[in-house]
Design a protein around this ligand. Structure first.
Ligand SMILES: [Zn+2]
Ligand SMILES: [Zn+2]
Length: 239
């Protein structure tokens, strides 16, 4: 099994990533992907691009070199009320929003109760497609409470491959998240969170863990073009 779309990637616009959109698309083509989502960091992240960058993403063709390019953002969850740094009208214009917690953005000290509240509030945000790398150690939340709510609202839970490569301390939480998603039949996406083109589409470590845990393929939205396109239709995203 492999992924057919990489739905969380960064370009040089994030300033701590090192490939251009064109290089990312070329890498996706080499990997024979159907789609890629360009999700540079929202404004709260140091070095993030400004508003015109996101507003002008529509200049990139819908399909480039045979790859469907989804224009998106990795928005920051900025507080424990579940607010993100991407508002209307931009939020509706973007095709793909990953919402993530980052240790350098939320200054308040996290605990399970606060993080649970943040994700429960966020689950009501219709513009969000994915909860990014939620296995992060410092931001543990009540998986049993939150995951069914996200799932009910069509928000996908990300299994982030870079966790398996670079943040191994989060693995225990990721395994727990996978088990809770399986139990509640919650849909997930497996993404690379690539900050350089060579990582695009290679999610083998994460996929191996999913296989070991006997996770159903039909719940992995980006494991086949059929499940991916049916999610896109559901969310009114052009195919
Ligand atoms: Zn992130
Ligand atoms: Zn990221």
């Amino acid at each position: 099994m492999n992924i057919i779309a990489d739905l969380h990637t960064h370009t040089i616009a994030s300033t701590h990533a090192y490939s251009t959109v064109e290089e990312m698309v070329t890498a996706a083509k080499e990997r024979d992907l159907y789609a890629i989502a360009i999700t540079d960091h929202g404004r709260s992240m140091p070095g993030a691009p400004g508003p015109y960058y996101f507003e002008s993403l529509c200049l990139i063709p819908k399909e480039f070199r045979g790859i469907r390019v989804l224009k998106g953002m990795e928005a920051n969850i900025i507080d424990f009320e579940g607010n993100i740094d991407c508002e209307e009208p931009l939020a509706s214009q973007l095709e793909w929003i990953v919402a993530s917690m980052h240790g350098n953005i939320i200054k308040d000290t996290p605990n399970i109760e606060k993080c649970t509240n943040a994700y429960l509030q966020l689950s009501k945000n219709k513009n969000v497609n994915v909860i990014g790398h939620s296995g992060t150690v410092n931001f543990k939340y009540d998986y049993e409470k939150v995951i069914p709510e996200l799932s009910k609202n069509g928000i996908l839970i990300e299994i982030n491959n870079s966790t398996f490569n670079f943040k191994k301390d989060s693995m225990k939480n990721c395994v727990e998240i996978i088990k809770v998603c399986k139990k509640h039949k919650a849909r997930i996406v497996v993404n690379t969170d690539s900050h350089f083109s060579t990582y695009i589409g290679n999610a083998e470590p994460a996929l191996n863990v999913l296989k070991e845990l006997d996770f159903p393929k039909e719940l992995i939205v980006n494991a086949s073009i059929e499940t991916m396109q049916s999610y896109m239709k559901e969310k009114n995203i052009e195919i």
